[in-house]
Design a protein. Structure first.
Length: 380
């Protein structure tokens, strides 16, 4: 079992280096950061004393009853259908671990979060991809999925809103894929960590679909990545038993303080979602203006949801050198080769919060220099 270098996290790690010159983080895929003080203030200050009295001990491997109940209320399901995990990463690890049988394959989107394919392949699973193409609006092609799903397919993973493209599956598209999987005997997994952050029509949680396995977490739409908490919605009791057993081996239980704070966050989820949505809306308007000004240099499809966009160079060139030059100007975005698509780059537009307008000014200065350089090269 061998894991390849994690190019995405290695690239983003430069912002935390001792000698870092990065001033604006547009590489991260999360939303505006909350402090512990801000989170506790949502309760009017009443939560602090209760937090101090928390017993520092193991919790249930399924998650505390309070947290499972709060997630169930959010998703409109029963509490016993909720499995708490250590972020969406553990949910996916559990699913791939359960899928790891001789000859098995899983079907994933391309591009996708790089760890998904790496973990699956490290467990000996064949990874098959359906491709999200800019020319098709990053749309999921159901016919392509039908062609690659077979009797050895253990699961189909969809991610909506999608990281990194910001594409969104419509409610009918989601149901059709769910029904296709039911017909073929394939587990349907919906990773919806950015739900309900939409920049157009709002979609339903996939948790209403009776045979869907749904993954959510506190890192993306809820903007609390430091809690390292996620969840799985699963109606199949046998699968839930397998998930809990796997967690007994992987992480035993969650963080008792994190789970308590997670309950507080869900009690005030609408305030957290509203802040994330407002920041994303304001910052997307700034990107609209920037890309309109430099459309000869950059192209993009405006994201329909989430907090990331996946632009590309108009000339189709590799973006790594472009991203390196931009980083030297203090602005960090992610080169597309981290996602297997080198002509693109990922731009996160919510993590930097109120500093995003200054980041766009610095980005615009960089693009002005880039445009002049290309004009000079063309004139030679």
């Amino acid at each position: 079992m061998k894991l390849p270098p994690f190019l995405l996290d290695q690239w983003i790690a430069q912002k935390n280096a001792a000698n870092s010159t990065i001033e604006y983080d547009l590489a991260s895929s999360t939303g505006p950061v909350w402090t512990l003080r801000e989170l506790l203030a949502l309760s009017g200050g009443d939560e602090l004393e209760a937090l101090l009295d928390t017993r520092v001990s193991y919790t249930s491997a399924a998650g505390t009853p309070a947290l499972r109940g709060a997630i169930a209320a959010l998703e409109g399901v029963a509490a016993d259908e909720v499995q708490v995990v250590t972020g969406a990463a553990e949910a996916l690890l559990i699913l791939f671990f359960q899928a790891a049988e001789t000859g098995a394959n899983v079907v994933l989107p391309s591009p996708c979060f790089p760890a998904n394919a790496a973990v699956a392949e490290s467990l000996g699973i064949e990874v098959r991809y359906y491709t999200l193409r800019a020319a098709d609006g990053f749309r999921v092609d159901a016919d392509e999925i039908r062609r690659i799903v077979d009797r050895n397919t253990r699961l189909l993973l969809v991610n909506s809103p999608h990281n990194p493209t910001g594409a969104v599956l419509g409610d009918e598209e989601m149901r059709n894929l769910h029904d296709l999987c039911l017909e073929r005997g394939v587990q349907f997994v919906s990773d919806q960590v950015y739900h309900p952050i939409y920049h157009g029509p709002e979609m339903r949680s996939a948790a209403h679909l009776p045979h869907a396995t749904v993954i959510g977490d506190f890192s993306k739409a809820l903007c609390l990545s430091g809690l390292r908490i996620g969840w799985m919605i699963e109606r199949d009791p046998l699968r839930r038993k397998l998930y809990q057993n796997a967690r007994n081996y992987f992480t035993i239980t969650g963080n008792v303080f994190g789970e308590r704070l997670a309950v507080l966050a869900l009690e005030h989820s609408q305030s957290i979602y509203a802040r994330a949505s407002q920041v994303a809306k304001q910052n997307l308007a700034l990107i609209d203006g920037l890309f309109a000004q430099y459309e000869g240099l950059l192209q993009w499809l405006r994201p329909q949801g989430g907090m990331t966009a996946f632009p590309w160079l108009a000339n189709g060139g590799d973006t790594r050198e472009f991203c390196m030059r931009l980083a030297k100007r203090g602005v960090l975005v992610v080169p597309g080769d981290c996602f297997g698509q080198p002509s693109h780059f990922r731009l996160g537009f919510a993590a930097s919060g109120e500093r995003f307008p200054q980041a766009m000014e610095r980005f615009a200065e960089f693009l002005q220099v880039e445009s002049r350089g290309r004009s000079s090269a063309a004139g030679r």
